[in-house]
Design a protein around this ligand. Structure first.
Ligand code: ATP
Ligand code: MG
Length: 625
């Protein structure tokens, strides 16, 4: 499917999120209305679908979930083609379709549109199923994930589609065309020129039926002929100029094997899938707007013929998600994987759902994002920071805090033994896992974290300056700072190597100044710096991910998107983390104080005892600054 060319780069911070929301109290949980909600509410109020007429065809048998569906319910569907991994754009469509069904007491079907056997596979079916489940949705009306019945497959309806095609032929509404592809293209005309009828268009239904059956029996070569709907070669809508509806393709299908050598075209198959599943609102992206007249033509003809239930499904279009710094073309994402520009489909820089998940995104943050950007009929660009903002909002109350030193240098407290009796003495420090301000109403505060301060700790290299720049408040000789959650210290100097590189920072601990004790305020510290004890800190591999592209619209206007790759999208550092972080489970998210949000890598953390974290996002939107 070709994506429409992006229009002018109007960046929308998030439709549906009213400007000035910060000033006025806003019910953040309220669903913002949109044109689709209005259509559905009207249909429910008018009982549009309540008096369903059953055609009594084999089509009804496809409701393998629960017999005849409850006509009072709305039904939507999410219809991916299993030819790739889902991305953030699909997530918008998933949240929209499943969300509408949930909000209006309806049902959303997960349906695989598997009509292109060469490109499809079980691997993609599985990954798509996982992605929808992970985002938090169930399908086919089941209420619990455990009871979930299998998803729907377009290929389950191939028999019906074949019958529908013969039905059209019998009514002289379809014909077999043996023009070459070049002739067909030339005779289609263009926007300015009407098309020309094919010399095969006037064949009788009996001749067409015989020919079509030969096609199905494998009597003709791939591409030798196609079945076309007989509509109007002069139509101003090129999609109505006798579109192809069946083609010959000898390919093994992941579901039907070698049963068929002819396959329906997407434009023919899709409306039929919707009709057989009693979909009420078939919601798709804007590029299908010009296909709607054919969708309706086909539904009208099959309804007249008594092949499908009525009222028939209706198609509605919304604007696809365009996200700055992100590519949402499956083909281009596949190219990034194939050419090794990323480590795989689940590389944490990929906008795929598996990539976002590994990066540390939560289902809730993606649902919030989908809600916030809203649905409209106008193409626009959403700024990447909107997505990151939704994640920060979600993690603020969930992600436990912890200290990590990403660019470590050793700090030695030279008077430790004098104050505490021995250099081996360790002082236990305690800090909340969530600060008071991040504990939501009704949330039970998690247990405090504990870590040890000793005579040696790791600090950030940038927290020491031998000669401080103006306004610098951290460590420099003579300055007094607090080690966060521990003691106040006074810097005395440093040791350096032959190149002048600082190898150790020196300071003296000031007795009786530990955080949380009565003496804590007895000495005024200019700053509090983060640190990790040498005694109990753990070495960690920290992957500092950044945006994959440096250009906000990497593939707009036919640009070479590979040239826009951000050379700094991944930097790996060896860091030290406090014990509570080292004990993380894979996928667990944290806020590393001052550094941002991090997640224990779902693939690599814990393997061989290694501690591996991915940076999810910074604490604030500071990109490009
Ligand atoms: P293809 O080019 O392979 O058809 P596709 O991205 O359209 O790619 P589908 O598997 O057909 O992939 O997509 C499933 C559904 O997701 C479709 O209904 C499609 O309209 C929707 N979708 C795809 N991309 C976006 C996007 N960027 N924003 C919103 N919805 C999208
Ligand atoms: Mg598509």
């Amino acid at each position: 499917m070709n994506s429409p060319t992006p229009k002018a780069p109007h960046v929308n911070p998030g439709a549906g999120h009213p400007a000035g929301a910060a000033e006025s109290p806003v019910d953040e949980t309220a669903k913002v209305s949109n044109f689709l909600r209005q259509i559905i509410e009207k249909d429910l109020a008018q009982g549009t679908h309540a008096n369903r007429r059953w055609a009594g065809t084999p089509g009804d048998a496809v409701h393998h979930a629960a017999g005849k569906p409850d006509p009072a319910k709305i039904r939507t569907r999410f219809p991916p083609e299993p030819n790739g991994y889902l991305h953030v754009g699909h997530a918008k469509s998933i949240c929209l379709n499943f969300g509408l069904a949930r909000d209006y007491g309806g049902v959303c079907h997960l349906r695989f549109d598997d009509t292109n056997p060469e490109k499809e596979s079980q691997e993609f079916v599985d990954s798509i199923t996982d992605a929808v489940r992970w985002l938090g949705f169930t399908w086919n009306g089941s209420t619990s994930q455990a009871e979930q019945v299998p998803a729907y497959f377009a290929s389950d309806y191939f028999d019906f589609m074949y019958r529908a095609a013969e039905h059209l032929i019998e009514r002289d509404l379809a014909y077999v065309d043996e023009q070459t592809p070049e002739e067909m293209r030339a005779n289609r005309g263009d926007f300015a020129t009407p098309g020309k009828n094919s010399p095969f268009r006037s064949r009788t239904p009996a001749e067409n039926l015989a020919r079509f059956r030969e096609m199905a029996k494998g009597k003709h070569a791939d591409g030798a002929m196609v079945l076309r709907a007989k509509i109007d070669m002069a139509s101003p809508n090129i999609n109505l100029r006798d579109p192809a509806i069946y083609r010959i393709r000898r390919a093994t299908h992941h579901n039907t094997g070698d049963k068929w050598c002819i396959y329906p075209m997407y434009t023919f198959a899709h409306p039929i899938e919707d009709a057989l599943e009693n979909i009420t609102h078939s919601i798709c992206t804007l590029e299908f707007e010009d296909q709607r007249p054919f969708y309706d033509w086909l539904m009208d003809r099959l309804a007249e013929g008594g092949l499908i239930n009525t009222p028939q499904p209706r198609q509605y279009e919304f604007a696809r998600l365009n996200l700055t710094y992100v590519i949402t073309s499956k083909r281009k994402l596949a190219q990034l994987v194939a050419e090794g520009k990323v480590s795989g489909w689940d590389d944490p820089r990929m906008p795929t759902i598996v990539g976002l998940r590994r990066r540390g995104y939560t289902p809730e943050s993606i649902q919030l994002f989908a809600e916030r950007i809203g649905v409209t009929k106008a193409d626009s660009w959403i700024d990447y920071s909107t997505l990151e903002g939704c994640l920060r909002e979600d993690l603020e109350h969930k992600a436990h805090r912890g200290m990590a030193v990403l660019d470590p240098v050793k700090l030695v407290l030279t008077n430790w033994a004098e104050v505490f009796g021995s250099d081996g003495y360790l002082e236990t420090c305690t800090q909340p896992a969530l600060p008071h301000s991040s504990i939501a109403d009704g949330q039970t505060p998690p247990p405090d974290r504990q870590f040890q301060m000793g005579n040696e700790v790791w600090i950030e290299r940038e927290d020491f300056e031998e000669v401080p720049p103006k306004g610098y408040k951290r460590l420099f000789p003579g300055n007094v700072v607090r080690l966060k959650g521990g003691y106040v210290i006074e810097c005395t100097g440093c040791a350096k190597d032959a190149n002048g590189q600082v190898t150790e920072v020196h300071a003296k601990v000031i007795a009786d100044t530990k955080s949380g004790t009565p003496g804590a305020d007895s000495v005024k510290a200019k700053a509090a710096i983060t640190w990790v004890g040498v005694a109990d800190g753990r070495e960690a591999e920290v992957r500092l991910y950044d945006r994959l592209f440096a250009d906000p619209q990497p593939d707009a206007g036919g640009k070479d998107f590979l040239a826009a790759l951000n050379p700094h999208s991944l930097k790996v550092v060896t860091a030290y983390v406090e014990p509570s972080l080292a004990a993380a489970l894979p996928d667990q998210k944290f806020q590393f104080e001052r550094h941002g949000y991090f997640v224990a890598d779902r693939n690599d953390h814990g393997v061989g005892g290694k501690v591996v974290f991915n940076r999810v996002t910074g604490l604030k939107d500071s990109w490009g600054k």
